[in-house]
Design a protein around this ligand. Sequence first.
Ligand SMILES: C[S@@+](CC[C@H](N)C(=O)[O-])C[C@H]1O[C@@H](n2cnc3c(N)ncnc32)[C@H](O)[C@@H]1O
Length: 313
Amino acid sequence: MQINPKKKLLNARPFLKWVGGKTQLLNELEKRIPDQIREKKTIKKYIEPYVGGGALFFYLKTKYDIKDSYLFDINKELIVAYKTIQMESKALIDKLEEIENKHLEKSEENRKEHYYEVRNKFNRQISNFDYDNYNENWVERTSFLIFLNKTGFNGLFRQNQKCEFNVPFGRYNNPKIYDEKNIIAVSEALRNTEIICGDFTESEKYVEKESFIYFDPPYRPISKTSNFTTYAKNGFQEEDQIRLSELFKKMDKKGAYLMLSNSDPKNEDIDDDFFDELYRGHNIERVPAKRHINCDASKRGEINELIITNYPI
Ligand SMILES: C[S@@+](CC[C@H](N)C(=O)[O-])C[C@H]1O[C@@H](n2cnc3c(N)ncnc32)[C@H](O)[C@@H]1O
Protein backbone atom coordinates (compact mmCIF):
# COMPACT_ATOMS: atom_id res chain seq x y z
CA MET A 1 0.00 0.00 0.00
CA GLN A 2 1.30 3.45 -0.88
CA ILE A 3 1.71 5.85 2.03
CA ASN A 4 0.30 9.25 1.33
CA PRO A 5 3.14 11.58 2.39
CA LYS A 6 0.66 14.42 2.92
CA LYS A 7 -1.08 12.46 5.67
CA LYS A 8 1.98 12.87 7.92
CA LEU A 9 2.05 16.60 7.35
CA LEU A 10 -1.37 17.34 8.79
CA ASN A 11 -1.24 19.96 11.51
CA ALA A 12 2.16 21.50 10.75
CA ARG A 13 1.80 25.03 12.06
CA PRO A 14 4.19 27.94 12.65
CA PHE A 15 6.61 27.06 15.47
CA LEU A 16 7.14 30.74 16.39
CA LYS A 17 4.78 33.60 17.11
CA TRP A 18 5.73 36.18 14.50
CA VAL A 19 4.69 39.79 14.06
CA GLY A 20 2.60 40.01 10.91
CA GLY A 21 1.91 36.24 10.99
CA LYS A 22 -0.89 35.39 8.57
CA THR A 23 -2.83 32.73 10.48
CA GLN A 24 -5.81 35.14 10.69
CA LEU A 25 -5.82 35.72 6.94
CA LEU A 26 -5.46 32.11 5.78
CA ASN A 27 -9.09 31.79 4.64
CA GLU A 28 -8.86 34.85 2.45
CA LEU A 29 -5.51 33.77 1.03
CA GLU A 30 -6.73 30.28 0.31
CA LYS A 31 -9.74 31.57 -1.64
CA ARG A 32 -7.24 33.25 -3.95
CA ILE A 33 -5.01 30.28 -4.77
CA PRO A 34 -4.78 30.06 -8.58
CA ASP A 35 -7.46 27.74 -10.07
CA GLN A 36 -4.81 25.72 -11.91
CA ILE A 37 -3.17 24.83 -8.60
CA ARG A 38 -6.45 24.16 -6.82
CA GLU A 39 -7.59 21.75 -9.54
CA LYS A 40 -4.36 19.74 -9.66
CA LYS A 41 -3.75 19.93 -5.90
CA THR A 42 -0.11 20.25 -6.83
CA ILE A 43 2.39 23.09 -6.66
CA LYS A 44 5.49 22.49 -8.73
CA LYS A 45 7.51 25.21 -7.04
CA TYR A 46 6.49 27.32 -4.03
CA ILE A 47 8.53 30.40 -3.16
CA GLU A 48 8.11 32.69 -0.14
CA PRO A 49 10.54 35.62 -0.16
CA TYR A 50 9.48 36.81 3.37
CA VAL A 51 8.67 33.61 5.22
CA GLY A 52 8.49 34.85 8.85
CA GLY A 53 6.48 32.27 10.79
CA GLY A 54 5.41 30.64 7.51
CA ALA A 55 1.65 30.45 8.22
CA LEU A 56 0.64 30.03 4.57
CA PHE A 57 3.48 27.66 3.71
CA PHE A 58 2.63 25.23 6.52
CA TYR A 59 -1.06 25.47 5.75
CA LEU A 60 -0.55 24.73 2.06
CA LYS A 61 1.68 21.80 2.95
CA THR A 62 -1.27 20.10 4.63
CA LYS A 63 -3.45 20.40 1.54
CA TYR A 64 -1.28 20.46 -1.55
CA ASP A 65 1.47 18.34 -2.93
CA ILE A 66 4.32 20.85 -3.06
CA LYS A 67 7.21 19.39 -5.02
CA ASP A 68 9.88 22.00 -4.23
CA SER A 69 9.86 25.00 -1.91
CA TYR A 70 12.19 27.95 -1.41
CA LEU A 71 11.81 30.01 1.74
CA PHE A 72 13.69 33.27 2.30
CA ASP A 73 14.01 35.74 5.12
CA ILE A 74 16.56 38.37 6.02
CA ASN A 75 16.41 37.48 9.71
CA LYS A 76 19.35 35.17 10.38
CA GLU A 77 18.08 33.96 13.76
CA LEU A 78 14.88 32.80 12.09
CA ILE A 79 16.78 31.02 9.33
CA VAL A 80 19.03 29.24 11.84
CA ALA A 81 15.86 27.97 13.54
CA TYR A 82 14.26 26.73 10.31
CA LYS A 83 17.41 24.89 9.26
CA THR A 84 17.87 23.35 12.69
CA ILE A 85 14.33 21.98 12.71
CA GLN A 86 14.85 20.71 9.20
CA MET A 87 18.05 18.85 10.12
CA GLU A 88 18.00 18.09 13.84
CA SER A 89 14.43 18.00 15.10
CA LYS A 90 15.08 15.19 17.59
CA ALA A 91 18.08 16.89 19.22
CA LEU A 92 16.11 20.13 19.33
CA ILE A 93 13.18 18.45 21.08
CA ASP A 94 15.58 17.14 23.75
CA LYS A 95 16.98 20.64 24.32
CA LEU A 96 13.50 22.15 24.47
CA GLU A 97 12.37 19.56 26.97
CA GLU A 98 15.38 20.40 29.13
CA ILE A 99 14.75 24.14 29.04
CA GLU A 100 10.99 23.77 29.56
CA ASN A 101 11.45 21.51 32.61
CA LYS A 102 13.97 23.89 34.09
CA HIS A 103 11.59 26.80 33.58
CA LEU A 104 8.33 25.29 34.75
CA GLU A 105 9.70 23.95 38.00
CA LYS A 106 10.56 27.50 39.11
CA SER A 107 8.44 30.03 40.97
CA GLU A 108 7.12 33.08 39.07
CA GLU A 109 9.99 35.29 40.28
CA ASN A 110 12.61 32.69 39.45
CA ARG A 111 11.08 32.15 36.01
CA LYS A 112 11.65 35.80 35.30
CA GLU A 113 15.27 35.45 36.36
CA HIS A 114 15.61 32.34 34.17
CA TYR A 115 14.20 34.23 31.18
CA TYR A 116 16.83 36.98 31.51
CA GLU A 117 19.57 34.41 32.05
CA VAL A 118 18.68 32.77 28.72
CA ARG A 119 18.28 36.14 27.02
CA ASN A 120 21.75 37.24 28.18
CA LYS A 121 23.29 33.99 27.01
CA PHE A 122 21.52 34.32 23.64
CA ASN A 123 22.87 37.87 23.23
CA ARG A 124 26.40 37.02 24.37
CA GLN A 125 26.61 34.35 21.65
CA ILE A 126 25.97 36.82 18.82
CA SER A 127 29.53 38.01 18.27
CA ASN A 128 31.04 34.52 17.87
CA PHE A 129 28.14 32.64 16.39
CA ASP A 130 28.67 31.03 12.98
CA TYR A 131 25.40 31.80 11.17
CA ASP A 132 26.68 30.47 7.85
CA ASN A 133 27.78 26.94 8.63
CA TYR A 134 25.61 24.47 10.47
CA ASN A 135 27.25 23.21 13.67
CA GLU A 136 26.20 21.74 17.01
CA ASN A 137 25.59 25.19 18.55
CA TRP A 138 22.60 25.74 16.26
CA VAL A 139 20.41 23.36 18.27
CA GLU A 140 21.00 25.21 21.54
CA ARG A 141 20.50 28.62 19.92
CA THR A 142 17.23 27.52 18.32
CA SER A 143 15.98 26.20 21.65
CA PHE A 144 16.79 29.61 23.15
CA LEU A 145 14.94 31.43 20.37
CA ILE A 146 11.82 29.28 20.75
CA PHE A 147 11.95 29.60 24.53
CA LEU A 148 12.32 33.40 24.40
CA ASN A 149 9.56 33.64 21.81
CA LYS A 150 7.13 31.67 23.98
CA THR A 151 7.97 33.31 27.30
CA GLY A 152 8.78 36.88 26.21
CA PHE A 153 6.27 39.70 26.15
CA ASN A 154 3.67 39.23 23.39
CA GLY A 155 5.84 36.77 21.48
CA LEU A 156 7.65 39.59 19.80
CA PHE A 157 10.97 39.31 18.02
CA ARG A 158 12.72 42.63 18.47
CA GLN A 159 16.38 43.59 18.37
CA ASN A 160 18.26 46.75 19.30
CA GLN A 161 20.88 48.43 17.10
CA LYS A 162 23.48 45.88 18.23
CA CYS A 163 21.16 43.07 17.06
CA GLU A 164 20.55 42.05 20.67
CA PHE A 165 17.19 40.53 21.45
CA ASN A 166 15.54 42.99 23.84
CA VAL A 167 11.99 41.79 24.49
CA PRO A 168 11.09 41.83 28.21
CA PHE A 169 9.75 38.86 30.17
CA GLY A 170 6.07 38.11 29.58
CA ARG A 171 3.95 36.84 32.45
CA TYR A 172 2.24 33.59 31.47
CA ASN A 173 0.86 31.10 33.95
CA ASN A 174 2.01 27.91 32.31
CA PRO A 175 3.62 28.76 29.03
CA LYS A 176 3.66 25.94 26.47
CA ILE A 177 7.19 26.29 25.20
CA TYR A 178 7.09 23.69 22.49
CA ASP A 179 4.87 21.09 20.93
CA GLU A 180 6.81 17.95 20.06
CA LYS A 181 4.32 16.74 17.45
CA ASN A 182 4.41 20.09 15.73
CA ILE A 183 8.22 20.25 15.66
CA ILE A 184 8.22 16.84 13.97
CA ALA A 185 5.47 17.89 11.53
CA VAL A 186 7.37 21.09 10.72
CA SER A 187 10.54 19.12 10.11
CA GLU A 188 8.62 16.83 7.70
CA ALA A 189 7.07 19.84 6.00
CA LEU A 190 10.55 21.25 5.42
CA ARG A 191 11.66 18.30 3.32
CA ASN A 192 12.45 19.31 -0.27
CA THR A 193 12.74 22.87 0.95
CA GLU A 194 15.64 25.28 0.47
CA ILE A 195 15.86 27.75 3.34
CA ILE A 196 17.84 30.85 2.47
CA CYS A 197 18.93 33.87 4.49
CA GLY A 198 18.92 36.91 2.27
CA ASP A 199 17.17 39.79 0.66
CA PHE A 200 13.88 38.97 -1.08
CA THR A 201 15.36 39.77 -4.51
CA GLU A 202 17.51 36.63 -4.24
CA SER A 203 14.37 34.61 -4.89
CA GLU A 204 14.18 35.81 -8.50
CA LYS A 205 16.56 33.27 -9.96
CA TYR A 206 14.45 30.35 -8.72
CA VAL A 207 11.25 31.51 -10.41
CA GLU A 208 9.94 29.58 -13.41
CA LYS A 209 6.72 29.41 -15.38
CA GLU A 210 3.88 28.29 -13.05
CA SER A 211 5.89 28.71 -9.84
CA PHE A 212 3.64 30.03 -7.06
CA ILE A 213 5.08 32.98 -5.11
CA TYR A 214 3.54 34.47 -1.98
CA PHE A 215 4.95 37.84 -0.88
CA ASP A 216 4.20 39.04 2.62
CA PRO A 217 6.60 41.94 3.15
CA PRO A 218 6.83 44.09 6.28
CA TYR A 219 3.96 46.55 6.29
CA ARG A 220 4.07 50.14 5.41
CA PRO A 221 3.16 51.79 8.76
CA ILE A 222 -0.61 52.08 9.09
CA SER A 223 -0.42 54.97 11.49
CA LYS A 224 2.15 57.59 12.31
CA THR A 225 2.77 56.04 15.72
CA SER A 226 3.03 52.45 14.53
CA ASN A 227 6.59 51.27 14.10
CA PHE A 228 5.87 47.60 13.59
CA THR A 229 7.61 47.58 10.23
CA THR A 230 10.98 47.59 11.96
CA TYR A 231 11.62 43.87 11.59
CA ALA A 232 15.18 44.08 10.40
CA LYS A 233 17.81 46.36 11.84
CA ASN A 234 17.23 49.14 9.36
CA GLY A 235 13.54 48.55 8.78
CA PHE A 236 11.75 48.11 5.48
CA GLN A 237 11.43 51.43 3.74
CA GLU A 238 9.18 52.83 1.06
CA GLU A 239 11.94 52.28 -1.51
CA ASP A 240 11.94 48.58 -0.56
CA GLN A 241 8.22 48.42 -1.37
CA ILE A 242 9.09 49.92 -4.75
CA ARG A 243 11.93 47.41 -5.27
CA LEU A 244 9.40 44.69 -4.53
CA SER A 245 6.92 45.99 -7.11
CA GLU A 246 9.73 45.89 -9.70
CA LEU A 247 10.52 42.30 -8.78
CA PHE A 248 6.80 41.47 -9.02
CA LYS A 249 6.78 42.76 -12.59
CA LYS A 250 9.84 40.71 -13.55
CA MET A 251 8.37 37.54 -12.08
CA ASP A 252 5.05 38.24 -13.80
CA LYS A 253 6.87 38.21 -17.15
CA LYS A 254 8.26 34.76 -16.33
CA GLY A 255 4.73 33.34 -16.13
CA ALA A 256 4.67 32.68 -12.38
CA TYR A 257 1.54 32.95 -10.22
CA LEU A 258 2.02 35.82 -7.79
CA MET A 259 0.10 36.68 -4.65
CA LEU A 260 1.04 39.57 -2.34
CA SER A 261 -0.46 40.89 0.88
CA ASN A 262 0.09 44.21 2.61
CA SER A 263 -1.67 46.61 4.90
CA ASP A 264 -4.05 48.96 3.11
CA PRO A 265 -2.86 52.55 3.54
CA LYS A 266 -6.46 53.64 2.86
CA ASN A 267 -7.26 52.47 6.40
CA GLU A 268 -5.61 55.69 7.49
CA ASP A 269 -5.84 57.92 4.48
CA ILE A 270 -8.50 57.24 1.87
CA ASP A 271 -6.50 59.19 -0.73
CA ASP A 272 -3.34 57.12 -0.32
CA ASP A 273 -2.96 55.30 -3.65
CA PHE A 274 0.58 54.06 -3.07
CA PHE A 275 -0.10 50.37 -3.81
CA ASP A 276 -2.88 51.06 -6.36
CA GLU A 277 -0.28 52.96 -8.38
CA LEU A 278 2.53 50.44 -7.89
CA TYR A 279 0.38 47.45 -8.91
CA ARG A 280 -1.80 49.12 -11.53
CA GLY A 281 -3.00 46.56 -14.07
CA HIS A 282 -2.98 43.70 -11.54
CA ASN A 283 -5.83 42.33 -9.49
CA ILE A 284 -6.11 44.40 -6.27
CA GLU A 285 -8.58 43.39 -3.56
CA ARG A 286 -9.31 44.81 -0.14
CA VAL A 287 -10.34 42.28 2.49
CA PRO A 288 -11.28 42.84 6.14
CA ALA A 289 -8.67 41.62 8.61
CA LYS A 290 -8.28 41.82 12.37
CA ARG A 291 -4.97 43.15 13.50
CA HIS A 292 -3.91 44.16 16.96
CA ILE A 293 -1.01 46.45 16.45
CA ASN A 294 -2.50 49.75 17.47
CA CYS A 295 -1.46 50.86 20.95
CA ASP A 296 -4.77 52.69 21.31
CA ALA A 297 -7.30 49.94 22.17
CA SER A 298 -10.21 51.98 20.79
CA LYS A 299 -8.63 51.90 17.34
CA ARG A 300 -8.09 48.15 17.28
CA GLY A 301 -10.43 46.04 15.24
CA GLU A 302 -11.42 45.58 11.62
CA ILE A 303 -9.20 47.10 9.03
CA ASN A 304 -8.56 46.15 5.43
CA GLU A 305 -5.69 44.13 4.13
CA LEU A 306 -4.63 44.28 0.50
CA ILE A 307 -4.33 41.10 -1.52
CA ILE A 308 -2.81 41.57 -4.95
CA THR A 309 -2.50 38.84 -7.59
CA ASN A 310 -1.28 38.79 -11.18
CA TYR A 311 -4.13 36.46 -12.15
CA PRO A 312 -7.89 36.96 -12.03
CA ILE A 313 -9.79 35.60 -9.01
C1 LIG B 1 5.04 40.26 7.58
S1 LIG B 1 6.43 39.29 8.01
C2 LIG B 1 6.04 37.75 7.24
C3 LIG B 1 5.05 36.97 8.07
C4 LIG B 1 4.70 35.60 7.54
N1 LIG B 1 3.91 35.65 6.35
C5 LIG B 1 3.97 34.79 8.61
O1 LIG B 1 2.90 34.24 8.37
O2 LIG B 1 4.50 34.71 9.74
C6 LIG B 1 7.72 39.92 7.01
C7 LIG B 1 9.06 39.20 7.08
O3 LIG B 1 9.96 39.84 6.14
C8 LIG B 1 11.29 39.73 6.63
N2 LIG B 1 12.11 40.73 5.91
C9 LIG B 1 12.29 42.05 6.18
N3 LIG B 1 13.06 42.63 5.24
C10 LIG B 1 13.38 41.65 4.34
C11 LIG B 1 14.14 41.64 3.14
N4 LIG B 1 14.74 42.74 2.66
N5 LIG B 1 14.25 40.46 2.47
C12 LIG B 1 13.67 39.32 2.95
N6 LIG B 1 12.92 39.30 4.09
C13 LIG B 1 12.79 40.43 4.77
C14 LIG B 1 11.14 39.94 8.13
O4 LIG B 1 12.24 39.39 8.82
C15 LIG B 1 9.79 39.24 8.42
O5 LIG B 1 10.01 37.93 8.86
